[in-house]
Design a protein around this ligand. Structure first.
Ligand code: ADP
Ligand code: MG
Length: 257
């Protein structure tokens, strides 16, 4: 039997160089092919978890483990984690006029492989075309400049296309602070649904405080993080309960553990 895709065990992490503990014992297992939603109030540590998985240098793991396909992820540099199959949707606050999406995607792809394995332009174009067809992205999109005047939806289209081209084993999508409108939300949802039905072993950790996105994405499991740990895990019905009841009832549960 193969190892689970992602195992997080008793993970503690703090801000690097400071005494500020943010993650207080996170446990989470994502099997191949599963979509997990991670929800929780602002400031509960969700984005920190995403960054720690990706190897952000601003955080220090003080205890616990992260295994990807049974291998210790914490021993790897961020670029090695990416090569091992971890995709973290980057946020692009900056617009980059003069860099086309196609160019950017090719650079991102080649950054993951060694020089000798660089994908030539023809093979890359082929893959890009294939993914654009799969995701029903307009032909002209790839020649536009990165984020230059992009709407929220277009930024998401770019993010999903990037994920498709990189073909990760585990995609971590942090949707919390992006002020998603309904179109952008549907783009992310359709992208995740399309890519996970195309690749039956893809694992997704979708971080969101919008219960609404879960009406478009079929999450297998929903978790709530409060105070740097997961205090509740259940099926998709948990998202509806959170919609109806908020997080207060869980704050009480969190205080008693
Ligand atoms: P969430 O994504 O759930 O809203 P975050 O992971 O962004 O939460 O943040 C969790 C808590 O840790 C917040 O109180 C935040 O202010 C704090 N925090 C995160 N990163 C840092 C940092 N680099 N320096 C100081 N505090 C931080
Ligand atoms: Mg966040």
């Amino acid at each position: 039997m193969s190892a689970p895709l992602l195992v997080i065990q008793d993970l503690h992490a703090k801000v690097a160089g400071e005494d500020l503990e943010i993650l207080n014992g996170v446990d989470l297992t994502v099997e191949h092919g599963q979509v997990h939603a991670l929800m929780g109030p602002n400031g509960s540590g969700k984005s920190t978890l995403a960054k720690v998985i990706a190897g952000h240098p601003g955080y220090e793991v003080t205890k616990g483990e992260i295994l990807l396909n049974g291998e210790a992820l914490l021993d790897l540099e961020p670029d090695e984690r990416s090569r091992a199959g971890v995709f973290l949707a980057f946020q692009y606050p900056a617009e980059v006029p003069g860099v086309s999406i196609a160019n950017f995607l090719r650079t991102a792809m080649n950054a993951r492989v060694g020089d000798e394995d660089e994908m030539d332009i023809f093979a890359f174009q082929e893959r890009l075309t294939e993914k654009m067809e799969l995701l029903k992205v307009d032909e002209g999109f790839a020649s536009r400049y990165l984020n230059d005047g992009f709407s929220g939806g277009e930024k998401k289209r770019n993010e999903v296309l990037q994920m498709a081209v990189l073909e990760p084993a585990l995609a971590v999508l942090d949707e919390t602070d992006s002020g998603l409108d309904i179109d952008a939300l549907k783009i992310v949802a359709n992208g995740v649904n399309t890519l996970s039905s195309e690749d039956a072993s893809l694992g997704v950790l979708l971080i969101t405080h919008y219960q609404r996105i879960l009406t478009y994405i079929n999450a297998d499991h929903v978790h709530v993080m409060i105070g740097g740990r997961i205090v509740e895990s259940a099926g998709p019905e948990l998202a509806n309960k959170l919609e109806a009841k908020g997080y207060d009832w869980l704050h009480q549960a969190a205080a008693t553990v």
